[in-house]
Write a protein that binds this ligand. Structure first.
Ligand code: FEH
Ligand code: ZN
Ligand code: ZN
Length: 356
């Protein structure tokens, strides 16, 4: 089978012919029908030797949809032929967090990384930029019904991460809902995650949604996704957002970029007691000091990926038609081109690769 593999740190991903894995014990083999590309893939590809607790070579791809193609004798989960998405954070499956489906916060992650077990598919373990992917357990597979695979795959990472980030601001939105204009949320970065966050906010909250990006076509996408207002980044963007929110400031900011500039913009637009959620891995920094310039009562969170119950909910939203993924599709054979296109910022929505 073909697999897009990181053969050594600092090298380019290479489409390689490898043995199709045989599922044993609880393992399940999935025939990949679509696999999304993520900004984190770019970070993994660019990582210096030793920066990540993963051993090369391994196959990339942590945003996967396909059909169950076989399973080991002790496997559970969806039957052969069922179309599924892969829940990507592969935890120990037994600790306090994993037992509630929050394998994204597995208590044993350091120990798993120490034995080079990796974060999950495409993140130290062989992932789904391939014809097949081997999943450690059927508990990591969620059925998607009649969703197209190119719509389903992005839900497992972009959709799940956006949904989980929004669960963390619901309290701030509920507390603010009684205000004059109701609650308001700024979505900074309208890419693969941001465009889905806008749709999830519109489908599950009554908040006013304001989108911010540096690209005209991203602001147009935000509008298509139901944002009440969109603006390019300008020197006065924080003031523009504060005015839009009724002068007090927005109740929550979802920063899907995560640079020092977007963090500064976020806290400048927030009202007192507001919630800043840092999702993007832009490597930005924010000085937290008292006394200081941050809004009083600031609440901050750094969510990571999402839980299995979150993924069930975002699949249900997509199946209801409330969430639709904007995709730019590539055949698997053009994976290097897809990666370069993502890196150049030229992907509107999410890049998805399809085994050709
Ligand atoms: C995965 C692994 C490591 C860092 C970040 C991520 C995200 O892409 C998951 O959504
Ligand atoms: Zn990702
Ligand atoms: Zn665990």
């Amino acid at each position: 089978m073909r697999a897009v593999r990181l053969t050594h740190w600092g090298g380019p991903p290479v489409i390689t012919e490898v043995e199709r894995p045989e599922p044993r014990s609880e393992e399940v083999l999935v025939r990949v029908e679509a696999a999304g590309l993520c900004g984190s893939d770019l970070h993994v590809i660019a990582a210096a030797p030793g920066a990540l607790p993963y051993l090369t070579p391994f196959t990339l791809g942590h945003e996967i949809a396909g059909r169950v193609a076989g399973s080991g004798p002790d496997a559970t989960g969806p039957p052969t032929g069922e179309r599924v998405v892969v829940y990507g954070p592969w935890g120990c499956g037994r600790c306090g967090h994993c037992s509630t489906g929050a394998e994204n916060y597995c208590d044993r992650r350091p120990a798993l990384d120490a034995v080079r077990a990796g974060t999950g598919a495409g993140l130290g373990r062989d992932g789904g930029l391939a014809d097949f992917v081997l999943v450690p357990s059927g508990r990591l597979l969620l059925p998607v019904g009649d969703l197209a695979p190119t719509q389903a795959a992005p839900l497992s990472d972009a959709g799940l991460t956006a949904y989980h980030a929004i669960t963390g601001i619901r309290q701030a939105l509920d507390e603010a809902g009684g205000g004059a204009g109701g609650a308001s949320v700024a979505v900074i970065g309208v890419g693969g995650l941001g465009h889905l966050a806008i749709q999830i906010l519109r489908a599950t909250t009554s908040a006013q949604v304001f989108a911010v990006d540096i690209r005209d076509d991203a602001i147009a996408l935000a509008d298509d996704c139901g944002a009440h207002f969109g603006t390019l980044v300008r020197p006065d963007t924080a003031d523009v957002l504060r005015k839009r929110s009724g002068d007090a400031g927005v109740d929550a900011v979802l920063d899907f970029v995560g640079t020092s500039a977007t963090l500064r913009l976020g806290v400048s637009a927030l009202r007192a007691g507001g919630q800043l959620t840092l999702v993007g891995s832009g490597g930005g920094e924010l000085t937290v000091r008292k006394p200081g310039a941050l809004p009083p009562g600031l609440r901050m969170s750094l969510p990571f990926w999402g839980t299995r119950p979150d993924l069930e909910r975002v699949i249900a939203l997509a199946r209801s038609g409330a969430v639709r993924v904007e995709t730019k599709q590539f055949p698997l054979s053009r994976a290097p081109e897809a990666i370069d296109t993502l890196r150049s910022g030229a992907v509107r929505g999410r890049a998805v690769l399809i085994p050709d």
